[in-house]
Design a protein around this ligand. Structure first.
Ligand code: ADP
Ligand code: MG
Length: 260
């Protein structure tokens, strides 16, 4: 018999309870600075459902990077629960956590973080090297993704031979190579001129329309405005979650998004 989850998956998007990709329950992250405790995250709870597009905003020091690090399994909560792709990360050791990270997450950073010695194709494949059982079609996937982000004729170029926008496209392809459940980005357009930034944001839109789940940190309101959910951080807490009109569009691509 089908489980409730399977039923929900197969049901039309309008009626279905959308599956949670990431869920935080009362997450705290406390740093000790001398004798003083810094509550970088102070009891944060929210859930990101499949196909949603979240942006995280907030003043410097409000906890955005700490939140992204926890959601990216690069850091652990001091207390509370973080679930990713239906797994509770709390009981996992470091190896399990990095395996989960390499299978379920795609990262895009402000500074691209490409490996200078590797060419475009090799850089795209990097996340696969961290998997215990990398897919056999890795090279094929990387080629396809290079084309997808408009670098089909640059596959053997090194990062230094590319513009900033091209490097960020490589980083996006790299973030997609493991077909992640969740794509995390930290100020992904922060270093780009506005025209190039716009192209990158259009690429994000495209991924979202295909049913990908995205979450990124930005300090620019016009970037945040493209998301379906805008989460405002303040002093380690959620100040506000603004569910935008765009969230309704999710239903339009919901069936496609849940069918992979
Ligand atoms: P944001 O990304 O919104 O600027 P952060 O998540 O980097 O904020 O930081 C939130 C708070 O936690 C800040 O007060 C910051 O100083 C503190 N913090 C962040 N990382 C550390 C750390 N490694 N050690 C001590 N305090 C930290
Ligand atoms: Mg930060």
């Amino acid at each position: 018999m089908a489980s409730p989850r399977e039923v929900a998956r197969g049901a039309p998007a309008v009626n279905s309870v959308r599956e949670a990709v990431a869920e935080l329950v009362d997450v705290e992250r406390t740093y000790l600075m001398g004798n003083e405790e810094v509550h970088a995250l102070d009891g944060v709870s929210f859930r990101v459902a499949r196909g949603e597009y979240w942006s995280i905003m907030g003043a410097s020091g409000s906890g955005k990077s700490t939140l992204l690090n926890v959601m990216g399994c690069l850091d652990r909560p001091t207390s509370g629960e973080y679930r990713l792709a239906d797994r509770d990360t709390g009981g996992m050791d470091d190896d399990e956590l990095s395996e989960l990270r390499s299978r379920k997450l795609g990262f895009i950073f402000q500074s691209y973080n490409l490996i200078p010695q590797l060419n475009v194709l090799e850089n795209i494949m990097v996340p696969l090297f961290y998997q215990d059982h990398p897919p056999e079609d890795g090279l094929e996937r990387a080629r396809h993704l290079a084309g997808r982000v408009g670098l089909g004729d640059r596959m053997d170029h090194k990062p230094t031979e590319l513009s900033g926008g091209q490097q960020q496209r490589v980083a996006i392809a790299r973030a997609l190579v493991n077909d992640p459940e969740l794509i995390l980005a930290d100020e992904a357009t922060g270093n780009l001129d506005s025209q190039t930034a716009e192209e990158i944001l259009e690429l994000f839109d495209e991924l979202w329309r295909e049913g990908k789940t995205l979450l990124f940190v930005t300090h620019e309101a016009h970037v945040a405005a493209r998301a379906s959910h805008v989460l405002q951080m303040r002093d380690g807490n959620i100040e506000e979650i603004d569910v935008r009109d765009r969230a309704k569009e999710i239903q339009d691509h919901g069936i496609q998004g849940s069918s992979r």
